[in-house]
Design a protein around this ligand. Structure first.
Ligand code: PMP
Length: 437
């Protein structure tokens, strides 16, 4: 069967609501390449969806899964299994001392579990309403709770306002690329005040070290002030590292760029680099507030997923993938800046660190985002597009990528930008003054 046949099946049996990118049906993938059902091979600049940090079809991970399969297929969250024990022991070396970890399946499930811990803490220790503060344009998942605490307005319309407000309020993100000036910490405090939230009713602030929709990082000075303020008021910081964790930003955890240690860390996506598994790590005293059985989830600690995560962590450490992400990130930044400098009126921003980058096309050309994304994909590089303003093209390759892969993918992006500019007669706007750009 060819791609069109599969697409026909999809459109017949699957709601379009679960797809948002051009329909490329994957047949196989290896390293940082993906081959579709028509045999076309493309550079993968999206790592699946920030998942395949150790590369697709990673032999070490596959062997670990096979070895686990050889013991038979069984799963139970009611009783522990060997890989679950071993993964928790290994994972403890990646997180602050005296933090415990609970395993889950998806990012949204782990985010909601972290929020639940914060609310148990609010109920039992702070004895307050347990409000969670998050940032405008943040993304924490698609379930009711995780959508309610996400700051992306367009995904929240289906949840009644009282449900959202009972859980969480949003404040401006300090360094939004589309706002004329950054927000400082006083603006943060004022926004909370304007929303009639008493500091005494807050349980936690949930952060993403960088916002997935633009790759804009939370500024370090803001984060440090936030940490001090939270400490003063006994408010928790949850770092949602579902996307920024496991080496993506050139550090193991995104919060390392911010100069703070969060009280809770949420991991997912790149944890096993292939199979569904997520985790919440939190200070032991916080987990100790929760009763046995509080976090049951049928497939959590699944032995096959846990084996994959163990092999992935060893692979990442043995092959220094975090360091590679930092090194390749410098090259990626240079290549993307070259494209921006060539077409400064078309590309408004290049943001990111490590292998988490985004180009934001100028808001005036937002209507061309889809055409550009389609063209990049047609020309041979897989990318994620969209973002809260509909202007983002995200570049998040597997952390095993080398200079050849970065060069190849970026050349395709450059060629695609050039084609779209020419076809739409955008011409050379270098005469447009900086002020008007
Ligand atoms: N948090 C962040 C920061 C994410 O990027 C995502 C997924 N894109 C999630 C949570 C939700 O993860 P999942 O899709 O596995 O539920």
């Amino acid at each position: 069967m060819k791609t069109q046949d599969y697409i026909k099946m999809l459109t017949e049996f699957e709601p379009a609501a679960i797809r948002f990118l051009p329909n490329i049906v994957w047949a196989s993938a290896d390293g940082y390449y993906v081959t579709d059902t028509d045999g076309k091979k493309r550079v993968d600049f999206c790592s699946g969806a920030m998942i395949a940090n150790s590369g697709h079809n990673n032999k070490a991970i596959i062997n670990a899964i096979k070895k686990q399969l050889d013991t038979g297929v069984y799963t139970t969250y009611l009783f522990p299994n060997i890989p679950r024990c071993e993964l928790l022991s290994l994972f403890s070396t990646l997180i602050p001392p005296n933090y415990l970890t609970a395993l889950f399946n998806t990012g949204a499930e782990a985010v909601e579990s972290a929020v639940k811990i914060a609310r148990v803490y609010a109920y039992k220790v702070l004895k307050n309403k347990g409000t969670v503060i998050s940032f405008n344009n943040s993304y924490h998942g698609r379930l009711i709770g995780s959508t309610a605490i996400s700051g992306t307005e367009s995904i929240k319309y289906w949840i009644p306002m009282p449900v959202q407000e009972a859980l969480s309020i949003q404040v401006p993100f300090p360094s939004c690329p589309y706002e004329s000036k950054p927000h400082n910490f006083n603006d943060f405090l004022n926004s909370i005040h304007e929303k009639n939230i008493d500091v005494k009713d807050i349980a936690a602030v949930i952060i993403e070290p960088y916002q997935g929709s633009s790759c804009a990082f939370l500024p370090r000075d803001f984060s440090e002030e936030l940490r001090q303020w939270c400490d003063r008021h006994k408010i928790l910081i949850i770092s949602d590292e579902v996307q920024s964790g496991m080496g993506r930003t050139g550090k193991l955890w995104g919060y390392e760029h911010l100069g703070i240690t969060p009280d809770l860390i949420v991991a997912g996506k790149g944890l096993s680099a292939c199979l569904p598994i997520s985790a919440v790590s939190a200070r032991k005293d916080l987990f100790d507030l929760c009763e046995p059985g509080n976090f049951n989830s049928t497939h959590s600690g699944n032995p096959i997923c846990s084996s994959a995560a163990i092999a992935n962590i060893h692979y990442m450490l043995d092959h220094k993938l975090v360091e590679n992400a930092e090194k390749m990130g410098i090259l990626l930044n240079e290549s993307l800046m070259k494209i921006k400098n060539k077409y400064p009126w078309f590309i408004g921003h290049v943001l990111g660190k490590g292998l988490a980058y985004a180009i934001l096309i100028d808001i005036n050309y937002k209507h061309l985002l889809k055409a550009l994304l389609d063209r990049c994909i047609k020309n041979g590089v897989l990318l994620i597009g969209g973002g809260f303003a509909g202007t983002t093209i995200k570049i998040v390759p597997p952390l095993i990528i080398d200079a050849t892969g970065i060069k190849k993918g970026c050349e395709i992006i450059e060629k695609s930008v050039q084609e779209i500019i020419e076809e739409n007669n955008l011409g050379d706007k270098s005469h447009v003054s900086e002020k008007n750009l």
